[in-house]
Design a protein around this ligand. Structure first.
Ligand code: SAM
Length: 433
């Protein structure tokens, strides 16, 4: 591996690649997801690149909206893409700036709705409720009924505050859920049966979230209008914005077999973005091929450079230890998707554009996949000029049963998160690695 291409930098270990800053940043905090990166990273990119007032900032994988929101608050034009309808809703809701008094006046109606309660369709959906007869359930019945009563109350509130009320309500239901996101999945909380979540908890969680929104509505400007498009960026980038962009900051799904559609299954159902498992499955088909949950179209390209071929050969050698036989095809498909996105972005880039892409490396059966370096190679093929790859942080070591796979004297790979920086034009000074 050409580790000499990577530099440790001033960006390392300052929380750039995680959501820690978002939890206290106005508006960003309205809904924070674990996979979000820091608004400070986006601001630093804007400043370092020198984005101008009329320039466009884009993010093809905008998740909870960190890029479009930071750009919008700074007065820049921006476009985000997001395939998951719940996350697209989160990003869009963060652009809403209704009148603070109208929002505050609606809060008691929602609390009354929680008290009144209504029978909820989710009581019939597997894993959501005790009434489905499983040993574990995500929501106690009183939480689901309180939620449904309040949801119906939002329909009687002014249209311009509805999305923010619903966002707070979904957040409050998730605060009252018997499971929470942990690593790659939803995990039941310790002693969840004893937590006894009910309407009281739902009400106080809702109030806490609504108060934060109310406070930010008083202090934060509207910013410049951002557009968040719901859809698959692999096909949507080309058609969706005519103006070429100056800066793209983005973090695609990592190559870690983590399916966001599963993680956000409760929110997708709570917010009525999906009503059945079939609808959920169709969203999964639109996502980047970074997981093995569905049978994807088989990838056809593999011209991703020597490091890619080295990784694939390593995986094939350890095929017997892979937890899923589809992993080598998933890896190929993932890089094919990255090639598509990088090529389409290059077509829509201004000549002086910059692209900052945040990813993590992966490891399967002890074989390290240097995703950052391989994307560096793919980007160069797609017409980008690699400027540098900087490590943001090292993650815990890869592979739980290392000794089963390891060759003699082999080092255990340490995963790293990096930012890969590309320019659309050749830099004046050629970088020496
Ligand atoms: C690492 S997260 C991005 C988080 C984001 N930077 C933030 O701060 O919230 C990657 C996102 O890409 C989305 N995604 C996956 N496949 C996609 C596709 N084909 N088109 C658009 N978005 C996609 C996922 O739903 C997920 O929200």
């Amino acid at each position: 591996m050409r580790n000499h291409q990577i530099e440790e930098s001033s960006y390392a270990d300052i929380g750039w690649s995680n959501a820690v800053h978002a939890t206290s940043a106005p508006v960003h905090r309205w809904y924070v997801i674990k996979e979000a990166f820091s608004p400070r990273l986006v601001q630093d990119a804007i400043d370092e690149v020198g984005v101008g007032a009329e320039d466009l900032v884009v993010d093809p994988f905008c998740g909870s909206g960190t890029v479009p929101l930071t750009a919008s608050l700074g007065g820049y034009r921006s476009v985000g893409f997001e395939v998951n309808p719940f996350l697209a809703f989160v990003s869009r809701a963060k652009m809403d700036r209704p009148n603070q008094q109208t929002f505050s006046r609606a809060i008691p109606r929602i609390l009354e709705g929680i008290d009144e309660g209504r029978k909820c369709n989710l009581e019939q959906i597997s894993t959501f409720s005790r009434s489905c007869g499983r040993e574990k359930w995500l929501f106690n019945t009183s939480v689901l009924r309180g939620f449904e009563g309040a949801w119906q109350a939002t329909a009687r509130c002014p249209t311009d505050v509805r999305n923010l009320l619903r966002l707070s309500l979904i957040g409050a239901a998730m605060d009252s859920c018997n499971a929470s996101v942990d690593g790659k999945c939803l995990r039941y909380k310790k002693g969840w049966q004893m937590l006894g979540y009910g309407r009281r908890h739902l009400k106080s969680a809702f109030l806490q979230r609504a108060d934060a929104i109310s406070m930010d509505l008083l202090s934060v400007d509207k910013g410049r209008k951002s557009v968040v498009l719901q859809g698959d960026c692999r096909s949507a980038i080309t058609q969706s914005f005519r103006r070429k962009f100056r800066l793209c900051v983005t973090s695609p799904p990592y190559l870690n077999s983590f399916d966001y559609t599963d993680i956000y299954r409760p929110e997708l159902f709570l917010g009525k973005f999906v009503g059945s498992t079939t609808e959920l499955r169709s969203i999964r088909f639109g996502t980047v091929r970074s997981h093995v949950q569905v049978d994807w179209a088989r990838p056809t390209r593999n011209d991703f450079g020597a490091l890619y071929h080295q990784s694939i050969a390593g995986l094939r050698n350890r095929a017997a230890y892979l937890w899923n036989p589809k992993i080598p095809v998933m890896v190929q498909a993932y890089f094919e998707d990255m090639h598509t996105v990088l090529t389409k972005l290059r077509e829509r880039a201004q000549p002086d554009a910059s692209l900052w892409l945040i990813v993590s490396t992966s490891a399967y059966a002890g074989i390290e996949i240097p995703v950052d370096l391989i994307i560096g190679d793919i980007g160069s093929k797609a017409g980008w000029f690699l400027q540098k790859i900087s490590v943001l942080r090292f993650l815990r070591s890869a592979g739980q049963h290392w000794h089963r796979f390891a060759g003699k004297g082999e080092d255990q790979p340490r995963l790293r998160e990096s930012v890969i920086m590309f320019g659309a034009s050749k830099p004046n000074r050629t970088r020496q690695y």
